[in-house]
Design a protein around this ligand. Structure first.
Ligand SMILES: [Zn+2]
Length: 409
């Protein structure tokens, strides 16, 4: 069988982020944006076979027909490590209520919030969810995103959660990382959060595992949702079955999510708006990636995570949209980056590394994606302009084309 070989030449600048990847996405400096000038890239069966200055391209590849990237800048494909992109309906009325002073928890108690999306999603078929989801994937791809984490969590029963995960599995063009978020909220059918978690442990997790519909779990550790103690029990059961995972941690209150993520060896702790200095020091020492979701903070009109303190302490940071119908109804990658830069004072280098190398760690995929190095997936974005135009113009990522596994998507 002929091997699928793709040769890319005429790359004006190739920003590999290899140095940032070598440091595990920590202690990022501007030097991490250093580019290989006049570069070439070779993809074999979807993986990078060779990368370097075009002048040094081995003769074998030189003979092959190449795609000319016409002097443009190439960066690693962006990684969205936290989305809820499969859902039906919308929560526009709730957005208005929240802006007029009604609290998130109050909206939830009144039957709004997550449970409103659960009702709409349960009514949609798997096919409908897949079609809605694919449009959203396409929107991310146009912004240079090549890997997208997709959470379930709007089904909250075995069949409905499986429906969501199957819809996620059918999504095309980007690399999809499905996460089982059964522990998103307690459905009305269950008396207590703990009886619901028992059900997830006994019934849902083994089935998700058997059908290979997700490799990760996530839980919403928050007042009124799941306590740290209940989540510990759930996460340990998931770990026993081989699931990795994340925790929605310390978003609305300091409820012990980050500490729990560290204790359990989770891949990431996400949100982290309410951290104290002790938690920051603990996260920095741990291998847990801090996934920051500033567009959710914008929509929630709350504080932003202490990104500078986290990074100075040595923590690894990732960024994502948290795209969901309630608290972050936006797929705008540029907005996330602009908020990171303006509100969290992250440098351009820190922002780009967080959206690539950092995010790859959050999903447990640091060996496969996040930087452009030999052996990794040939996932990259071609820019329309210079690297300085990234995360500058809200609503507008300067993306010319996006490639996944060496193929234009
Ligand atoms: Zn979320």
């Amino acid at each position: 069988m002929a091997e699928a070989l793709e040769v890319f030449r005429g790359i004006g600048k190739l920003v590999s982020l290899a140095s940032a990847a070598a440091r595990g996405g920590r202690h990022v400096t501007d030097a991490d944006l250093a580019a290989i000038e006049n570069a070439a890239l070779v993809s074999e069966n979807g993986k990078i076979k060779w990368v370097g200055p075009e002048a040094k391209l081995p003769p074998d590849y030189r003979k092959k027909r190449a795609k000319d990237l016409k002097g443009r800048v190439v960066i690693p494909g962006l990684v969205e490590p936290h989305t809820h992109l499969i859902f039906a309906g919308n929560r526009s009325a709730e957005f208005e209520m929240r802006n007029q002073g009604v609290g998130y928890q109050k909206i939830a108690e009144a039957g709004g919030g997550i449970l409103a999306t659960v009702r709409a999603t349960r009514q949609a078929s798997e096919k409908q969810l897949a079609a809605i989801g694919q449009k959203r994937v396409d929107r991310f791809v146009r912004q240079g995103v090549t890997t997208i984490e997709v959470k379930s969590g709007y089904g909250l029963s075995l069949d409905e959660e499986l429906k969501m995960l199957r819809a996620a599995k059918s999504l095309k063009r980007a690399r999809i990382v499905p996460t089982f978020l059964g522990a998103h909220a307690k459905p009305a059918e269950f008396e207590t959060a703990d009886t619901y978690l028992d059900y997830l442990i006994e019934t849902a997790l083994p089935k998700v595992k058997k059908e290979k519909l997700a490799t990760r779990v996530d839980a919403f550790v928050e007042k009124g949702y799941f306590s740290a103690d209940s989540t510990r029990r759930y996460f340990l059961a998931a770990k026993k079955l081989g699931f990795g995972g994340s925790i929605h941690a310390d978003q609305l209150t300091l409820s012990g999510g980050a500490r729990l993520a560290i204790e359990l060896g989770a891949q990431s702790a996400d949100h982290l708006v309410q951290l104290g200095s002790e938690e920051i020091a603990m996260l920095a020492k741990s291998d847990v990636t801090c996934v920051l979701l500033p567009s959710a903070d914008l929509y929630m009109d709350c504080a932003y995570p202490k990104a500078k303190e986290l990074m100075a302490a040595g923590a690894r940071v990732a960024l994502s949209t948290d795209f969901n119908p309630g608290t972050s109804p936006s797929q705008d990658v540029a907005l996330v980056g602009v908020l990171a830069r303006v509100r969290m004072k992250m440098t351009l280098a820190e922002t780009l590394v967080a959206y690539t190398v950092g995010a790859s760690h959050a999903l447990g995929l640091a060996k496969q994606i996040g930087s452009l190095e030999k052996g990794k997936a040939c996932d990259f974005a071609v820019l329309t302009g210079s690297i300085d135009e990234l995360f500058l113009d809200v609503g507008q990522m300067p993306i010319h084309t996006t490639y996944s596994s060496g193929r234009e998507i």
